[in-house]
Design a protein around this ligand. Structure first.
Ligand code: ADP
Length: 265
């Protein structure tokens, strides 16, 4: 399933231009990051990609077909393109974890038995059985994020978009979420995240889009996009830490007088 945009434009009612002429074709089945500093347009683009916002001009296309903004068209889009918001509290609203995860499938018209089956699988898979009757708002940040992802996955989308999925998580919680994302990608799903963390984008992604000031600056493998130092700096980002390490090592190699030493000094 290929998600594309063509010359996408969006401004908020107060006149802020948040997406400016963005054309992309997101590689299928890959781990994809949208990288940019705060305010560069990542969240707005994601809301356009799953039809929560309607473009001012330009198009969003799924498998070459332009999104239809009727309620049935949007239901169809959201079945295939799931979104996990940055703030889990914006996503979780049902009285219990169980009901929250079941909300999507119930809305899609599945029977009570089918919903029970789907939710049961999600609770097992995400290790949430013990807290299934708890109100989502009483959970830890990592648990909330897992419930939010389970709720989206319950609709079995081909493409899962996550806005800053690791923000506000401790390192263990963040690793758990990354493991889940990798596992979902292994199952063939396209995983799209936004982040301002270049180190995360560099180590995790197959493909990177660089956004600055509402526009697409560059796209490609993380190595290619991040090795262009000037464009990274101009986008108000830092190069990945590993690049600094390479540079430092190179300096030390050169200081040894050997151009290509076999051992790192
Ligand atoms: P990011 O996700 O990269 O932080 P956003 O998509 O949230 O970027 O923001 C892009 C631009 O749109 C910014 O200038 C931001 O201030 C503006 N913006 C975001 N949400 C709103 C809104 N609801 N109303 C007006 N402007 C907004």
């Amino acid at each position: 399933m290929i998600l594309e945009t063509k010359n996408l434009e969006f401004s908020y009612p107060d006149g802020t231009k948040a997406i400016d002429d963005v054309s992309i074709s997101i590689p299928e089945g890959k781990k994809v990051s949208f990288v940019g500093k705060n305010g560069s347009g990542k969240s707005t683009l994601f809301l356009l990609l799953n039809g929560t916002l309607k473009p001012k001009s330009g198009k969003v296309l799924l498998d070459g077909k332009e999104v239809n903004y009727s309620s049935s068209g949007l239901r169809e889009l959201r079945k295939k393109v799931g979104i996990v918001f940055q703030n889990s509290d914006d996503q979780l609203f049902a009285p219990t974890v169980y009901q929250d995860i079941g909300f999507g499938p119930l809305n899609l018209g599945y029977s009570k038995e089918e919903v029970d089956g789907i939710v049961g699988k999600m609770l097992d898979h995400f290790g949430l059985q013990a807290i299934k009757d708890k109100p989502p708002h009483h959970l830890s940040g990592g648990q909330k994020k897992r419930v939010a992802i389970a709720g989206v996955l319950a609709m079995d989308p081909d493409i899962i978009i996550l806005d800053e999925p690791l923000s506000n998580l401790d390192p263990v919680g963040a690793d758990e979420i990354l493991d889940i994302l990798n596992e979902l990608n292994d199952l063939g799903k396209t995983i799209i995240i936004s982040t301002h963390d270049v180190d995360l984008a560099y180590k995790w992604s197959d493909y990177v889009y660089l956004l600055a000031d509402s526009r697409l600056v560059d796209e490609g493998t993380p190595g290619t996009v991040f090795s262009k130092e000037e464009q990274v700096r101009n986008s108000s980002l830092k190069s990945p830490f590993i690049f600094d390490v390479y540079k430092e090592l190179e300096k030390r190699w050169l200081a040894t007088g050997n151009e290509q030493p076999k051992d790192i000094p």
